[in-house]
Design a protein around this ligand. Structure first.
Ligand code: NAD
Length: 247
């Protein structure tokens, strides 16, 4: 029996990296997809109701849920995987960069959770999985805005989980905290460094398990939290980081 048989899953950031791997894994586990991204062309090849969704746009969220409900009757799973990474220390971070990162990573996740709760409570419940980061659990001196945005996602998740549990909505909400997963986001970050090979080796050295993660490693954790196997799991934070934050 496929692990997501009969489920309708809306996934943001589905054009690339973790979102894309999640969409492919979910489809292989029987889910019907509403894959979405700012980069509409990047959604090619994914099954389902692909659509452009800018997670910072309140109107886009309302339209995406309305379209999903019109096509499938409900949304059972929301995965908030869209995100951007801009790295700088507190001294170097411009207000414009802070706002860009917060708008996509924190506000985008807030808008998605709000839309999902409003819709799912009318259709019997569901599961929300928010992609935070190891940088939402521990600080990184070079990621001031990114850490702040991912910390916000971590505690937003718990607030949503408690609200839904206490209200009896049958909606679970959990966060996943990847560390260095080899996706276009990480590859771009490494390529920007003065000595990319040295940076890559440093990231591997920093990871107790001795390798970088893959998008598939993260998607597997998202699948568990989205599935009914995690029926008693809500408000949890799952580090998928090769042991990085265990030390
Ligand atoms: N790769 C890592 O090492 C790593 C580590 C920790 C957390 N994360 C988080 O995982 C998530 C996925 O990252 P990834 O590594 O797959 O990155 P990625 O750059 O490969 O994919 C991110 C996707 O988000 C989309 N996106 C960006 N802004 C958007 C917006 N406003 N609306 C809709 N879509 C938008 C992009 O078009 C892209 O397709 C992000 O939230 C990221 O912060 C990644």
């Amino acid at each position: 029996m496929p692990r997501l048989a009969g489920k309708i899953a809306l996934i943001t950031g589905a054009a690339s990296g973790i979102g894309r791997a999640t969409a492919e894994l979910f489809a292989s586990e029987g889910a019907q997809l509403v894959p979405s991204d700012l980069d509409e062309a990047g959604l090619q090849g994914l099954s389902g109701l692909a659509r452009r969704l800018d997670v910072t746009s309140e109107a886009d969220w309302a339209e995406a849920f309305a379209a999903a409900r019109a096509a499938f009757g409900r949304v059972d799973i929301l995965v908030n995987a869209a995100g951007i990474g801009e790295g700088s220390s507190i001294e170097e971070t411009t207000l414009a960069s802070w706002r860009r990162v917060m708008a996509v990573n924190a506000e985008g996740t807030f808008l998605g959770c709000r839309e999902a709760v409003r819709a799912m409570k009318e259709t019997g419940g569901g599961a929300i999985v928010n992609i935070s980061s190891a940088a939402g659990l521990v600080g990184d001196p070079k990621l001031a805005a990114y850490c702040a945005s991912k910390g916000a996602v971590r505690l937003l998740t718990k607030s949503v989980a408690l609200h839904c549990a206490r209200a009896g909505y049958n909606i679970r909400c959990n966060s996943v905290h990847p560390s260095f997963a080899e996706t276009p986001m990480l590859t771009r970050m490494i390529a920007r460094a003065a000595n990319p090979e040295k940076v890559r080796a440093g990231l591997i050295r920093a990871t107790p398990i001795g390798r970088l993660g893959s998008a598939g490693d993260i998607a597997a954790a998202i699948l568990y939290l989205a599935s009914d196997e995690a029926a008693f799991v809500t408000g949890a934070e799952l580090a998928v980081d090769g042991g990085l934050t265990a030390a």
